[in-house]
Design a protein around this ligand. Structure first.
Ligand SMILES: Cc1cc2nc3c(=O)[nH]c(=O)nc-3n(C[C@H](O)[C@H](O)[C@H](O)COP(=O)(O)OP(=O)(O)OC[C@H]3O[C@@H](n4cnc5c(N)ncnc54)[C@H](O)[C@@H]3O)c2cc1C
Length: 469
């Protein structure tokens, strides 16, 4: 695209923040790049903080796609003779100890349900290592109840520390500093495997049972991921907190946040470049639009945003895992799993076998389709791309449709990745929301990061207008 400097400078002059002679309020302009749950909740919390203030915040949210939500995406699937069903193609579950998610859904009167998808009273879960199913009866028989009791204690102790993040006056300027102050930094130095074994859990239990939870949640094995992320992934398996999803699909929450924030939401607006000009942030969109802001929030991973900064910004490089989520309508093929139809489980989690990877991390029955014919919808989560011929082998000839999304899903969360500095403020008034992700990547932690940034912006604005507090 041709870049005309005269338009650019005119834009800077006319779109800069201003104080109206008619209105006594000072107006501060805040730009947010990305309308995922992080960007939308930053706008929501910021609007909430400034509702009864003399300072007005004027928020603009830029979104490259034609929808809000980002990695929270819940399209509705149609079914013959049954009502359409919203299915989460990205983030699917949150837990009852995710206080922001619980409070926001309650505040917006969004009904929540257990788990996600439809409930099946006859569902059976088993663990597959690519050769065969591991649990002959139940996981309790294989690993013994003492491992489950110990695991529960470990998770509860971690949560006591983590939940201090919700202290109302807690504000942080670096995420590495935050986890140090929560006394959770020791969990960032060791792998999930090393940590759980050091806490007295049986090695087979960790290698199989806790490996399936990191695979299903973060597409990484228990030896490859730091212990903090491994503990977060284990929460749903312990019963310490219940699992939930928004009944109408998780993206309904993001839509509510965006609408209630009163922000101007610009869909199909990809931001290309950000210039710091005398302390203001000039944002150039791919369509040539130019805006100027007093504060700016980057609410999307740098790796996918492809933003040009002047002056240049240096930030730790964080690699994201590629994950494919596929919804298949059909019947599982018992011969693929080398079992009879009667002994085929409806939900299959996986663990590694002699270094050999399975083609998917998890596969479970998510909704009815034509139940009388034995046809259901299945949710598959795989590392990298899952090819069509493998899908055809996993399912019998009754396979009808499949819908897939390939995501740059979450950081790899290795111990090495988090031994760096992760500041939240990149330069005065410029904030990076996705700092939290290499530590924990969830919807909840993005809303936590959003609230912190909203508070940092409020502190900055009030600092520059102390008389207006
Ligand atoms: C398959 C999968 C399963 C998951 N499961 C769970 C789960 O069960 N529970 C859970 O809590 N979390 C889960 N997560 C993680 C969770 O989805 C993310 O942590 C969270 O949604 C990230 O939100 P975000 O707003 O920070 O980023 P994103 O959702 O990535 O939003 C960023 C937005 O910015 C936009 N954007 C990018 N570049 C530009 C640009 N240059 N200009 C303008 N806009 C731009 C993007 O289009 C996007 O909409 C899952 C993620 C995936 C992919």
């Amino acid at each position: 695209m041709r870049f005309d400097i005269s338009y650019f400078l005119l834009g800077c002059i006319f779109t800069g923040s201003w104080v109206s002679a008619k209105h006594p309020k000072v107006t501060k302009k805040v730009g947010i790049i990305g309308a995922g749950i992080g960007g939308a909740s930053t706008a929501y919390f910021l609007n909430e903080l400034f509702q009864q203030q003399d300072v007005k915040v004027d928020i603009t949210m830029f979104e490259a796609e034609d929808r809000v939500g980002g990695r929270v995406f819940s399209p509705t699937f149609t079914r013959p003779g049954l009502p359409g069903i919203p299915l989460n193609m990205g983030a699917s579950l949150f837990v009852s100890c995710n206080y922001n998610m619980m409070n926001l859904t309650k505040r917006f009167s969004l009904p929540i349900q257990e788990d996600h998808g439809e409930y099946f009273s006859d569902s059976v879960t088993n663990l597959w290592n690519g050769k065969g199913f591991i649990w002959k009866e139940s996981p309790f028989t294989r690993y013994g109840p003492e491992n489950f009791v110990k695991l529960q204690g470990i998770i509860e102790r971690m949560l006591v520390k983590f939940l201090k993040i919700y202290d109302s006056n807690r504000i942080w300027t670096s995420v590495d500093g935050l986890f140090k102050s929560l006394q959770l930094d020791n969990l960032l130095k060791v792998s999930g495997y090393e940590y759980f074994v050091s806490q007295g859990l049986n090695k087979t239990f960790v290698r199989e049972y806790l490996d399936f939870s990191t695979r299903a949640n973060y597409a990484r094995g228990i030896t490859e991921i730091h212990a903090l992320a491994a503990c977060i992934a284990a929460i749903p398996t312990t019963g310490v907190c219940d699992t939930h999803s928004v009944t109408s699909g998780n993206s309904a929450l993001v839509k509510e946040l965006a609408t209630r924030s009163k922000a101007k939401v610009l869909l199909n607006h990809r931001v290309k470049a950000i210039f710091n000009l005398h302390g203001k942030y000039v944002v150039l969109s791919a369509n040539g639009r130019i805006d100027t802001f007093d504060s700016l929030v980057v609410a999307t991973p740098f790796q996918s945003a492809k933003l040009f900064f002047l002056p240049r910004i240096r930030y730790p490089s964080v690699e994201y895992s590629q994950v494919q989520v596929t919804h298949v309508t059909g019947q599982l093929n018992p011969s693929y799993f080398n079992v009879t139809e009667a002994s085929l489980p409806s939900n299959i989690y996986t663990t590694i076998n002699e270094g050999k990877k399975t083609p998917f991390n998890s596969l479970y029955k998510i909704a009815n389709y034509q139940p009388k014919k034995g046809i259901y919808m299945y949710h598959l989560h795989s590392t990298g791309k899952l090819d069509q011929s493998t899908i055809s082998r996993i399912f019998s000839e009754k396979r009808e449709t499949n819908v897939k999304v390939v995501w740059n899903a979450y950081p790899r969360m290795s111990t090495r990745d988090v031994q760096q500095k992760f500041p939240v403020e990149l330069s005065s008034g410029l904030y990076y929301l996705n700092t939290m992700e290499p530590f924990i990547s969830t919807m909840e932690t993005e809303t936590i990061s959003a609230k912190n940034i909203a508070r940092l912006i409020a502190r900055r604005i009030r600092g520059s207008h102390p008389a207006k507090q």
